[in-house]
Design a binder for this molecule. Structure first.
Ligand code: ZN
Length: 116
C-alpha cells in the first residue's frame, strides 16, 4: 500500500505547526470556542489553550480555518475524537458533558466538605 494511502487511513493531515496554531489562537483571541474560557484573562487560562480540529485529524479533518478553533484543554479532551455534523453540535455536546461533570463534582465536593 502506498505510504500516502496508509497515512490517509490514519488521518493524513499533519499536525499544526506552531505558527499555524498561533494563527488560530490569535484569530479567536485565545478564547475557548466551546466554553468561552478567556485565555487572555490570566496566565493559568493561557496555559490550557489548545487548537481543536472540529473534525478530528484522525477522521480526515483538514487544516482549514473553519475546522480549527481555539479550545481549552478540558473542552478539547471532552470532545475527543467524536465526529459531529457541525461545530454547533460539537459545542452542545461539550457543554452538556461539562454540566454533567459539574454536577458530579458539586455532589462530591459537598459531601467531602461536610465530613471535614
Ligand atoms: Zn473550554
Amino acid at each position: 500500500m502506498p505510504i500516502k494511502t496508509i497515512l490517509g487511513l490514519f488521518g493524513g493531515v499533519k499536525p499544526l505547526t506552531v505558527k499555524q496554531g498561533l494563527a488560530v489562537l490569535e484569530r479567536d483571541k485565545y478564547r475557548c470556542q466551546y466554553c468561552g474560557l478567556d485565555g487572555l484573562a490570566n496566565f493559568e487560562n493561557y496555559l490550557v489553550m489548545t487548537v481543536d480540529f472540529v473534525v478530528p485529524r484522525s477522521r480526515g479533518g483538514k487544516k482549514t480555518g473553519r475546522n480549527l478553533v481555539a479550545a481549552c484543554r478540558p473542552c478539547n479532551v471532552l470532545k475527543g475524537r467524536r465526529v459531529f455534523k457541525s461545530f454547533e453540535e460539537a459545542r452542545a455536546y461539550v457543554l452538556q458533558r461539562r454540566e454533567e461533570i459539574r454536577k458530579t463534582w458539586e455532589e462530591r465536593a459537598a459531601k467531602l466538605k461536610a465530613t471535614a
